[in-house]
Write a protein that binds this ligand. Structure first.
Ligand SMILES: NC(=O)C1=CN([C@@H]2O[C@H](COP(=O)(O)OP(=O)(O)OC[C@H]3O[C@@H](n4cnc5c(N)ncnc54)[C@H](OP(=O)(O)O)[C@@H]3O)[C@@H](O)[C@H]2O)[C@@H](O)CC1
Ligand SMILES: Nc1ncnc2c1ncn2[C@@H]1O[C@H](COP(=O)(O)OP(=O)(O)O)[C@@H](O)[C@H]1O
Ligand SMILES: [K+]
Length: 497
């Protein structure tokens, strides 16, 4: 599912109009979808308050008001702004509403079971202030449920940021395709449940728009997801190499277990001699070999069947770790750099970037703190999380997976995916190490870097949902099993059709 910015949605609108379907028709379909969603949220005959602005978002509100009244609901309409300055299509919709249009006030909202928020949608152009701000506050103070049209007013559909203040909705109905602001925080939290309606825009316009952002779902990467074949054997399923740290040994163990669970045929963990027994005692199917510093790691890289390498979990943010990362990048394997491997480049990120660009199949997996350390030029940037991840991917020449509840995966060519399936209980120590292991396991099986990172983030979220509250990182590798079963099942069904 593509995610369209406000600008891209406007182009979809314009292309549709140019093909002979006027905005008024789209607005009618949008208003019908708002009516249908409202009906789902209302008891029969209840009172609805429709809050309209003077743009086309307000036009959708006027259409919905008329249709809800025709369906037997008691409807009140309030407007912010001058009715005489409405945009033409919105004015035409307003002209078909024959009831009163009131100034917005607290007493008029009283008694409403539902507020339809049609104040601002894609046209939000600046921070909400004055009468609009008052209206947003009245909506948020009301005990009525709230249905937002397109986006909650005050939320920027392109970035998910709040401009001034925003409506907190219980549900949001949007049109044609979701927007990044429905998935990125804080927008996602303000939307409530998001519903999508088709209003007559042909999917063919997407080719001309060329959107480069997607909701992270198997439809984005499922076609290259590695599924074991009947004729396969462990050597044909890739061989992951993980550099183990000498103090925080748990991190690399979690990653190794996750890489194996994800389907890598073999996983080797290189362990500093002093802690070799700890790794050996804790891991059965993982090959644990001694690795003495830089030279030891270089020896492990001599076996070119080890085709995907992870450096970082529990490694220590020091020069020794940087050297391992360097070796991995030079080795022309697929590489994941996580945690300390990223921080070890904090004072000279250009060194990391120049190596990445030579390798071409690298995934960096920073959380916000690590991101700010490595991508100092983007620190404090007012750009959205999506744009920051994209800029980082371009600057570093690698796939960047920027973690969080709304993890963004961006490729240097501008492709980006946003995840929305990670539950809050995934935010626990060690879960990032598991994620790094999943990516490495997929890279070992030959999945390209962008798709591998996106698939891993999705699987990580799904595994966390399987487990439920109380999750600890140790639970995650096992919980990948039902997730893999679903993916393999989907691949088998796709092949048989
Ligand atoms: N695209 C499609 O295919 C379809 C789109 N449809 C619908 O149209 C919606 C987009 O409509 P839109 O472009 O008219 O903008 P909208 O959100 O109504 O508001 C813009 C108005 O608000 C004003 N304004 C802005 N910020 C402000 C602020 N902070 N404080 C105060 N005022 C502010 C701004 O005024 P100005 O900047 O000129 O002062 C402008 O007049 C979209 O979300 C969807 O619901 C469907 O009908 C059919 C298919
Ligand atoms: N609020 C949240 N909701 C869902 N997932 C989250 C949230 N915060 C963090 N995560 C996820 O939890 C994981 C934490 O990784 P990380 O910060 O590297 O922790 P660690 O280093 O302890 O493993 C990441 O996959 C991140 O996307
Ligand atoms: K709205």
């Amino acid at each position: 599912m593509e995610l369209l910015t406000t600008e891209e949605m406007n182009r979809a609108d314009a292309l549709t109009a140019a093909s002979g379907r006027p905005v008024g028709e789209l607005m009618l379909a949008a208003g019908q979808a708002v009516r249908d969603s409202a009906v789902d949220m209302l008891p029969d005959g209840a009172c609805v308050y429709v809050l309209c602005g003077t743009g086309n978002n307000g036009g959708d509100g006027f259409v919905a008001a008329r249709l809800l009244q025709e369906s037997g609901y008691r409807v009140r309409v309030g407007i912010v702004g001058d009715r005489g300055s409405m945009r033409p299509d919105a004015a035409a919709a307003a002209a078909l509403w024959h009831g009163p249009v009131e100034r917005v006030s607290a007493d008029r909202l009283e008694g409403a079971s539902l507020i339809v928020d049609a104040l601002f949608g894609a046209g939000l152009a600046r921070d909400v202030q004055g009468a609009a701000l008052e209206a947003v506050r009245l909506v948020n103070r009301s005990t009525a449920r709230v249905l937002a049209v397109d986006v909650p007013s005050g939320v920027d559909g392109t970035t998910g940021e709040v401009r001034g203040e925003a409506v907190q909705a219980d549900a949001t109905i949007t049109f044609f395709r979701l927007k990044p602001g429905h998935v990125l925080l804080p927008g996602r939290e303000l939307c409530g449940r998001v519903r999508l309606a088709q209003i007559g825009i042909e999917p063919g316009v997407l080719d001309a728009i060329g959107s480069r952002a997607w909701l992270n779902r198997p439809s984005l990467w499922g076609s290259c997801f590695p599924v074991p074949g009947a004729g396969g054997h462990k050597y044909s399923r890739g061989h992951a190499l993980i550099a183990g740290g000498s103090t925080m040994t748990g991190a690399a163990r979690l990653a190794a277990r996750a890489a194996l669970r994800t389907g890598a045929g073999l996983v080797t963990l290189g362990a500093p001699p002093a802690v070799l027994p700890i790794y050996q005692a804790a891991l059965e199917a993982v090959i644990v070999l001694p690795m003495d510093g830089r030279g030891g790691f270089a020896d492990l890289l001599l076996d070119d069947r080890r085709n995907a390498v992870l450096v970082g979990p529990g490694a220590g943010a020091d020069f020794a770790t940087r050297e391992l990362a360097w070796l991995a990048l030079e080795s022309s394997r697929s590489v994941v750099l996580d945690a300390d491997a990223l921080t070890s480049f904090a004072d000279e990120p250009e060194h990391l970037f120049s190596r990445n660009k030579q390798n071409g199949n690298v995934v960096l997996t920073p959380h916000e703190g690590e991101f700010n350390r490595v991508f100092r030029g983007l620190r404090g940037s007012s750009r959205s999380k999506l744009e920051r991840a994209r800029a980082a991917a371009e600057a570093s020449g690698s796939v960047v997976l920027l973690k969080g509840a709304d993890t963004v995966i961006a490729a240097p060519d501008g492709r980006a995916a946003i995840s929305d399936n990670a539950p809050p209980w995934l935010a626990t120590a060690g879960s990032g190490d598991v994620l790094a292991g999943i990516i490495t396991g997929l890279l070992a099986q030959g999945m390209p870097a962008f798709e591998a990172a996106a698939a891993a983030a999705w699987m990580h979220g799904e595994a966390a949902r399987e487990i439920g509250p109380g999750l600890i990182a140790e639970d995650l590798p096992d919980a990948l099993r039902p997730v893999l079963a679903r993916l393999y099942g989907a691949a088998a069904r796709a092949q048989s059709t």
